[in-house]
Design a protein around this ligand. Structure first.
Ligand code: ATP
Length: 353
């Protein structure tokens, strides 16, 4: 790959953005930094403001207040076509009457991209693995291939920032996973500053350098995928990213007693009577009869999921879901008595509502 990206050398700073539609605050004092060459994924439930944030950065949406700085330049008042960004949408948005090469060439023409355009088109098609498809028309390609063309077209104009708006949502599961991994590879190879909007948590965790979780127009937490998953700062984030058990407990601040055991707590945990959020993989089960009542459970259902198994266990006052290795779960059957063991992994405790 010889093309050098124009990637935002000083990154992107979104500062205190607010955008109100009637009674809805789509962005509510929303701030986010994207470092040069970084891929940040914005994740959150439908209507939380992800697309509005991306559109505000692109210039397709005005903001009521706040500022947008790209590569050191305040672009808040600049129209979209002067912001040096390129976007890939859920719907591939290719021109149907143009070939694959024609689509990319046309984008370069519109953006007045300097240099040998034939070479630029060829390089970018190569980059997305479609070097042999230049003369095809969009309708002759699969959805995944069309989206690769859209990606090549976006990169060919050498934008400072690449914006990906649910780019994988229209694809079926297998293609989605392949293209997700490809996007990551290509983004790293080109080193382009990227904002990726998705509602799919697995997609966000796999593809991003950092994941930002939004709710009601606000950024609730941002961090590396492993941090967001293991050290959520609110119950909302813990709940939104991955599965979590909610168990009644008694917190002394840095540890809590839950199911007759003591678990360490994450910073920011509540004290007193609390709900402790524990991931299924942080629970193990040991076949046992006659264990202490507060840690005794009875298997309700075991579910085989290929690489692991989930086991639902009735415990005093409710149930827990444990994630076990396939071997560990194979000896368990509905009705079995088990000891529920909480691993020594920090958990978040929130005030019981
Ligand atoms: P989804 O995952 O469903 O696309 P999202 O997180 O991307 O959701 P946005 O599309 O940013 O959310 O919308 C945030 C809120 O702003 C929603 O309540 C939405 O209805 C509202 N909204 C967005 N654009 C407009 C508009 N042009 N006019 C009125 N309301 C809007």
């Amino acid at each position: 790959m010889t093309q050098t990206s124009a990637s935002a050398g000083r990154g992107v700073q979104l500062r205190n953005l607010t955008r109100v539609f009637g009674s809805v605050r789509a962005l509510d004092d929303f701030s986010l930094d994207i470092a040069p060459g970084e891929l940040v994924a914005l994740l959150g439930p439908s209507g939380c403001g992800k697309t509005t944030a991306l559109r505000a950065l692109s210039g397709l949406e005005d903001v009521d207040s706040g500022s947008i700085v790209v590569d050191g330049e305040d672009v808040t008042a600049k129209p979209a076509n002067r912001r040096d960004m390129a976007m890939v949408f859920q719907s591939y948005s290719l021109f149907p009457h143009m070939t694959v090469a024609g689509n990319i060439d046309f984008a370069c023409e519109l953006r007045k991209v300097a240099g040998d355009r034939r070479k630029i088109v060829a390089e970018n098609l190569e980059l997305v693995g479609l070097g042999t498809q230049a003369d095809r028309y969009p309708h002759q390609l699969s959805g995944g291939q069309q989206q690769r063309v859209a990606l090549a077209r976006a990169l060919a104009v050498r934008p400072k920032v690449l914006l990906l708006d649910e780019p994988l949502s229209a694809l079926d599961a297998k293609v989605r996973v392949q293209l997700r991994d490809e996007i990551r590879r290509i983004q790293q190879e080109v080193g382009i500053t990227t904002l990726f909007v998705t509602h799919d948590q697995e997609e966000a965790l796999v593809v991003a350098d950092r994941v930002g979780v939004m709710s009601s127009g606000k950024l609730m937490q941002i961090g590396a995928p492993a941090d967001i998953y293991s050290r959520p700062v609110t119950g909302f984030v813990a709940d939104f990213i991955g599965q979590t058990n909610k168990l009644p407990g008694r917190s002394a601040g840095s540890s809590a007693s839950v199911l007759g055991q003591t678990v360490p707590l994450l910073p920011g945990s509540a004290s007193g009577d609390v709900t402790v959020l524990i991931r299924p993989e942080n629970i193990t089960l040991r076949p046992a009869a006659g264990v202490a009542a507060d840690r005794a459970g009875r298997v309700q259902i075991t579910g085989f999921l290929g690489s692991h198994a989930k086991v639902r266990v009735e415990v005093p006052g409710g149930f827990v879901v444990a994630q076990l290795g396939v071997g560990e779960s194979s000896g368990l059957a509905p009705g079995d008595e088990v000891e529920v063991i909480l691993k020594d992994v920090p958990a978040l405790a929130v005030a019981t509502s």
